[in-house]
Design a protein around this ligand. Structure first.
Ligand SMILES: *Cc1c(COP(=O)(O)O)cnc(C)c1O
Length: 230
C-alpha cells in the first residue's frame, strides 16, 4: 500500500537526518524535513500529513496551486522551492508560507507588493548560486547582503535566511561550507535570519554537517519521479 511505502521512506529519511545530526553533535530538533512533493498526487501529501509531516515543498505554481487549494484544510506549511517568475507571484503568495528562491530585487518587490495586498506575511529565503553562476537561479554571493537589506526593509515579507542547491560539478560538502560562511555573514547583519535550506535526497548529511536547518527531500521519501514532460 502507498501509505506503507511512504511510511517506510519517511522512517528511513528520519533515521538519516538523525544520524547526520549526531555525527556532528547537533540535536535532531534543529533540522526540519521538508517533503518535496512535486509531481506527486495530492493523495501522497495527505498521507505525509497523516504521518506527521508538517512541511511540504513544491517547485511549479501550475502544479502547486491546485494541490494547495485541495489540501487547504491540512495543517501544512507550504514551501515554494522552484525558480519563480514575477507573473506567478500573485498565485504563489496566495498559498506559500515560505519562498526559498528569492534571488533578485524585482522579485522581492513583487512578493512584497502582493503580500501586502493579500494581507499575508511571506518568509523569504535568499537563494544563492554557490557556483557564482545565476543561470540556474540564485543570487551571486557578492550580492547577497544587499538583497537581504532590501527584504528586511520591505513590507509583507520576513527575511528567513538562505537557500542553495549544491552545484553538479563540485563535492556538496565544499559548496555547503561556503553556504555556511554566507549564512554566518548574513546573521551578523540580520540575527533573526537563521534558516539554512540545503540538502536533498543525495546530500542531506553533508548539508546538515554545514548547518542546514531545513532539508528538502523528494526521491528518498517518495521514490523516483517519472521523467518530467512539459
Ligand atoms: C526536487 C527538488 C528537491 C528534492 O530533490 P530530491 O533529489 O528528489 O530529494 C529539493 N530542492 C529543490 C529546489 C528541488 O527542485
Amino acid at each position: 500500500m502507498r501509505r506503507d511505502e511512504i511510511a517506510a521512506g519517511l522512517a528511513e529519511v528520519d533515521e538519516r537526518i538523525t544520524a547526520a545530526c549526531h555525527a556532528v553533535g547537533r540535536d535532531r530538533s534543529e533540522v526540519t524535513l521538508i517533503a518535496v512533493t512535486k509531481t506527486r498526487p495530492a493523495g501522497d501529501v495527505r498521507i505525509l500529513a497523516e504521518l506527521g509531516v508538517r512541511d511540504v515543498g513544491e517547485n511549479r505554481d501550475q502544479e502547486a496551486a491546485p494541490k494547495a487549494r485541495e489540501l487547504a484544510g491540512l495543517p501544512l506549511t507550504w514551501h515554494f522551492v522552484g525558480q519563480l517568475q514575477t507573473n506567478k507571484v500573485r498565485s504563489v503568495v496566495g498559498y506559500a508560507d515560505v519562498i526559498h528562491s528569492v534571488d533578485r530585487l524585482r522579485l522581492v518587490e513583487a512578493i512584497s507588493k502582493e503580500a501586502v495586498r493579500q494581507g499575508r506575511e511571506i518568509t523569504c529565503l535568499l537563494q544563492v548560486a554557490l557556483d557564482d553562476d545565476p543561470g540556474r537561479g540564485g543570487a551571486r554571493p557578492a550580492d547577497l547582503l544587499a538583497l537581504a537589506d532590501e527584504v528586511a526593509l520591505a513590507g509583507g515579507v520576513r527575511l528567513g535566511g538562505v537557500m542553495a542547491v549544491a552545484p553538479l560539478d563540485e563535492e556538496p560538502a565544499k559548496a555547503f561550507a561556503r553556504l555556511r560562511d554566507l549564512a554566518v555573514a548574513l546573521q551578523e547583519q540580520h540575527p533573526r535570519a537563521t534558516m539554512v535550506s540545503a540538502g536533498m535526497s543525495a546530500d542531506l548529511a553533508e548539508a546538515i554537517a554545514y548547518g542546514a536547518t531545513h532539508v528538502r527531500v523528494g526521491t528518498a521519501l517518495l521514490g523516483r519521479r517519472k521523467p518530467f514532460v512539459r
